[in-house]
Design a protein around this ligand. Structure first.
Ligand code: MGP
Ligand code: SAH
Length: 455
């Protein structure tokens, strides 16, 4: 039987985003827009990333192409063309499959967000399940993807990957954005109709018809490791820190140029916005002058510098600003950012600056934020609850992007909207995993409201 081994690469995770516009009064989800949403989200993914993945996989599969095509006869060119078209078709189907999986996750995540604070998530388990795509062992793949998978395994960003991965698994920690920790509370119950009926050992739905995990592990150990030479060394303060270790494995998702000297302190390792998400926010908040109110080590500020005329990057911690400046220099954008050492609350009370947009990504209380099933954004954000923080930001501008935990109470997020106005809530996925949400406020930022159809 043919299996569908869909692998993901940690250094270049797929980024999917879904967003919906809500009225202030909205207390529940309007399910009318799923089809439209599906189309637009798919098209924007394919437009944004499709070409890159197509090319990447093509050259991995046909390393001889570049040289051969130069001197190819017309007949050979036609054969290559045919192969390319087949490749595009196959990859399109491959990614559509993954995308459909993420869309199901989105539906579930959105419904979870509408649960009241403290409500048990199991309430909706019967309706939705959380879908997962595994990082599959290439050696087991008897499919057309097998060689690609093999490459993925060899090309992944971790030099001692297999050993390190085993280590992480032993610690019960996730090994990539696409994988889930073994103690995850959400248990999948639903499976895509076309897929294998068997659930994996860890009780997560897999889109591949995987065999026994132990067998996979044994086989993966047998694969010869090819070590990519990189400059990155795990910093001393992270070595014995089980909590931080998992972020180390995602370092290239956080910064694609990590190896060029990116600096992060402990808090920033778990707070920095992954690059692809930061890019998306930067596209959405593109403007003349933007204030990044909680700059940290610069994950967002760097991307804003690419889409905005000027970035005012504020942080209360001078050490972080110093690192942010070096990180921005690595991306060649330091000259577009004003680094301001200040308490944002005080800055907002006293400044005369009137930016076109503000981005808020305050501390969420550390990785422990995940302990709450539904994150109360009024109680648990630092240094202030969401409402008073928004009040501060609104002194400067109405156009605000707010980066929030994936488990945030969506009703509270919507309640931050001004009366008579709308907000947009965007869910950001790396591979199949919801990483965080970004809410947008202010008329000029909200995507055009779709015309409602009478029921
Ligand atoms: P996470 O939930 O700690 O990681 O953070 P992950 O890998 O999704 O957790 P897992 O254990 O479920 O696998 C996810 C993302 O949220 C991080 O990459 C940061 O971008 C962002 N983030 C996390 N924290 C704790 C903060 C925070 O305190 N402030 C801000 N602004 N962002 C945060
Ligand atoms: N978006 C950033 C990460 C932000 S983490 C990135 O992608 O790199 C939150 C940051 O808020 C931390 O760096 C912390 O030092 C800063 N911070 C906390 N309280 C603050 C305050 N009152 N004013 C400004 N910055 C503050």
């Amino acid at each position: 039987m043919q299996s569908h081994c869909l692998t993901t690469s940690r250094s270049n995770p797929q980024f999917y985003t879904f967003s919906q516009v809500f009225d202030r009064q909205a207390a529940s989800l309007d399910p009318l827009w799923k089809e439209e949403l599906q189309q637009s989200a798919w098209l924007s993914f394919w437009k944004r990333e499709g070409h890159e993945y197509l090319e990447e996989k093509w050259h991995r599969r046909h390393p001889e192409y570049k040289e051969t095509i130069e001197s190819a006869t017309d007949e050979e060119r036609a054969a290559w063309q045919e192969l390319w078209e087949k490749h595009v078709q196959d990859q399109n189907a491959h990614f559509w499959h993954i995308f459909s999986c993420v869309l199901e996750n989105y539906e579930r995540d959105l419904h979870n967000g509408f649960q009241d604070v403290g409500q048990i998530l199991n309430d909706i388990d019967d309706q939705f399940s959380y879908l997962e795509i595994y990082q599959t062992d290439a050696s087991t793949a008897s499919t057309e993807y097998s060689e690609v998978d093999q490459e993925n395994l060899h090309n992944n960003d971790d030099q001692e990957s297999l050993g390190e991965e085993q280590q992480l698994k032993l610690l019960g920690l996730p090994t990539s954005f696409g994988a889930k920790s073994t103690n995850d509370r959400r248990k999948p119950k639903q499976q895509l109709p076309s897929e294998s009926e068997s659930e994996s050992d860890s009780n997560h739905l897999s889109m591949s018809n995987e065999k026994d995990e132990n067998q996979l592990d044994a086989k993966s150990r047998a694969i010869k490791k090819t070590k990519r030479k990189t400059n990155s060394k795990i910093p001393h303060f992270m070595r014995d820190d089980n909590l931080l270790l998992k972020y180390w494995f995602k370092r290239f998702s956080l910064f694609s140029r990590f190896d060029q000297g990116i600096l992060l302190d402990r808090e920033s390792w778990f707070s920095v916005t992954p690059e692809k998400i930061a890019k998306q926010t930067a596209r959405r908040l593109a403007s003349d002058v933007i204030v990044d109110a909680f700059c940290g080590c610069g994950g967002n500020a760097i991307q804003f510098a690419n889409t905005c005329g000027r970035v005012i990057a504020i942080d209360i911690d001078l050490n972080k600003l110093t690192m942010a400046k070096q990180n921005a220099a690595i991306y060649g954008v330091a000259h577009k950012i004003d680094f301001v050492h200040a308490d944002f609350l005080q800055f907002a009370r006293t400044t005369r600056v009137r930016p076109d947009a503000i981005f808020l990504s305050p501390p969420w209380g550390g990785p422990g934020y995940q302990k709450q099933q539904t994150f109360d954004i009024e109680e648990n954000l630092l240094p202030l609850g969401a409402s008073p923080l928004m009040e501060h930001a609104r002194r400067l501008t109405e156009n605000i992007g707010f980066f929030l935990p994936r488990s945030s109470n969506i009703k509270q997020v919507i309640a931050l909207t001004h009366a008579g106005e709308q907000c947009e809530v965007e869910h950001n996925y790396l591979d199949t995993r919801l990483v965080a949400i970004t809410a947008y406020y202010g008329k000029s930022l909200i995507k055009k409201q779709r015309q409602k159809v009478d029921k």
